[in-house]
Design a protein around this ligand. Sequence first.
Ligand code: 5GP
Length: 131
Amino acid sequence: MVETTADPVAQDEEETMTTIFSKIIAGEIQADIVYQDDQVTAFRDIEPQAPIHILIVTNKEIPTVNDIRIDDEQLVGHMFTVAQQIALREGIAEDGYRLLVNCNKNAGQEIFHMHMHFFAGRPLGPMLVRK
Ligand code: 5GP
């Protein structure tokens, strides 16, 4: 069990937020949706950084990883099994892929609605650019 300073169970105040991703999930804004169920929606990134770049987004409006609660553990696990299914559908499960989640400013998070990046389609190089 990893110790954290935040207590996810104690955060019982719902924050209201609507992001561009909420509008895509609701079908109000167009996107190339590759998968959708009652928990997540996956669509191709508008500015792909690899031949295959898909975002797996929680339908629930969770701003960042810091806002995940104990009750969301099944949902977060589901993001991985959806990634697995997408890899099979895209035909790249054996070649491999990278899953990445940004949290807040040092990671460069732009959209404050929980999402996992799915990158594939070429060798992806080192995980981080060395500086
Ligand atoms: P973050 O930096 O928050 O982890 O990633 C946000 C991602 O969302 C970026 O890769 C960006 O290209 C993508 N994105 C931003 N706006 C839109 C949009 O309207 N449609 C789609 N499909 N992707 C978007």
